[in-house]
Design a protein. Structure first.
Lengths: 112, 114
């Protein structure tokens, strides 16, 4: 069965620390990959996406993610987090054009 | 407003009652999706419409659940004979067709079944 694993459920960092959130998926075919963010009290918003091409993708607010096909991974990174990055982050995989499979999410808390 | 809207934002109901939620997608989006999100989990796919046609339903969508998109615009999700296990956030999203169509999510309807 297709699945998405996010290994870190809760992460606490101080401002200016570097961030890496893990995402692994199980699916043997071609996939589209996404990271969504949900700030407190707000909608899910797209942070970045990978469809094809350069496996290092850059998103909004200084986030980037790297697709490593051999590891079935799509980890999210940010070199220096800010207090405003406090949110819940979801990795999602689209094995088709309509069905996304989401991970369980990682709650990030950034201490000022 | 150019976003996806959902109504109501919160619904508290007693077990056994029927509830209906509405989703208004972005007007030019022909695809509409319903997801359910429970505490500590990511959104889980429930069903998907392309225009007015319901093209897939998840096994999560029991016979008590029905979704419609009668004119290819807004959609409703009805839950009959609600159970406590139905308590969740119900999310609607819309997109243009094709692989490049990125989902825009609405704010969700939080259902609490007492």
């Amino acid at each position: 069965a297709q699945s998405v694993s996010q290994h870190n459920h809760h992460v606490i960092l101080s401002e200016a620390a570097s961030l890496e959130l893990g995402c692994n998926y199980s699916y043997g075919g071609t996939v589209n990959l996404f990271w969504y963010v949900q700030y407190p009290g707000q909608h899910l918003q797209l942070l970045l996406k990978y469809f094809s091409g350069d496996p290092l993708v850059k998103g909004i607010k200084g986030f980037e993610a790297e697709f490593i096909k051999s590891k079935f991974s799509f980890n999210l990174r940010k070199p220096s987090v800010q207090w405003s990055d406090t949110a819940e982050y979801f990795c999602a995989v689209g094995p088709g054009t309509y069905k996304y499979i989401f991970g369980t999410g990682t709650r990030l808390k950034v201490l000022a | 407003d150019t976003g996806v809207s959902q109504d109501p934002r919160h619904k508290i109901t007693k077990r056994g009652q029927n509830v209906t939620f509405r989703c208004d997608p972005i007007s030019e989006h022909n695809r509409l999706y319903w997801y359910r999100q429970t505490l500590g989990q990511g959104p889980e796919f429930l069903t998907y419409f392309q225009n007015e046609a319901q093209l897939e339903k998840s096994r999560l969508l029991s016979d008590r659940f029905s979704a419609e998109r009668p004119k290819g615009s807004f959609s409703t999700l009805e839950i009959q004979r609600t159970e406590q296990g139905d308590s969740a956030m119900y999310l609607c999203a819309s997109s243009l067709g094709g692989e490049g169509g990125l989902r825009v999510f609405g704010p969700g309807t939080r259902l609490t079944v007492l």
